[in-house]
Design a protein. Structure first.
Length: 92
C-alpha cells in the first residue's frame, strides 16, 4: 500500500523542539521501513516552503531559505514524488 505524507507531518519531522516531532519522525521512519512507497507531491513542497519560511511571530518555525532547501532535498531523497496528472474524463 502506498502512502502520501501530509505536509504537517513533514514539517513536524524537521522541528525537534515541536511537541509532535517524535510522533511525526517515528511514523515516517516506520512507513519507510515497511518498504512500501511513501510519496510526496509538488504541492507538499510548496506548502512546506510557505510554512517553514514563515517567521515565528507569524506562527511559523522561521527557517532560513538555506535550511528549507536542505530539508526539501532530504524529502526528495527519502520519499517518492507522486507526479501531478490530469484527471481523466475531465470536460474541457
Amino acid at each position: 500500500m502506498s502512502v502520501l505524507i501530509d505536509t504537517n507531518v513533514l514539517l513536524r519531522r524537521t522541528q525537534p523542539d515541536h511537541p509532535h516531532h517524535q510522533v511525526a519522525a517515528g511514523s515516517v521512519d516506520r512507513l519507510l521501513a515497511s518498504r512500501e512507497p511513501v510519496h510526496f507531491t509538488l504541492q507538499n513542497i510548496a506548502e512546506f516552503w510557505n510554512v517553514a519560511t514563515r517567521p515565528a511571530e507569524h506562527n511559523g518555525p522561521g527557517f532560513t531559505v538555506a535550511m528549507v532547501r536542505v530539508q526539501i532535498e532530504l524529502i526528495e531523497d527519502t520519499l517518492e514524488l507522486l507526479p501531478d496528472t490530469p484527471r481523466r474524463g475531465l470536460v474541457r
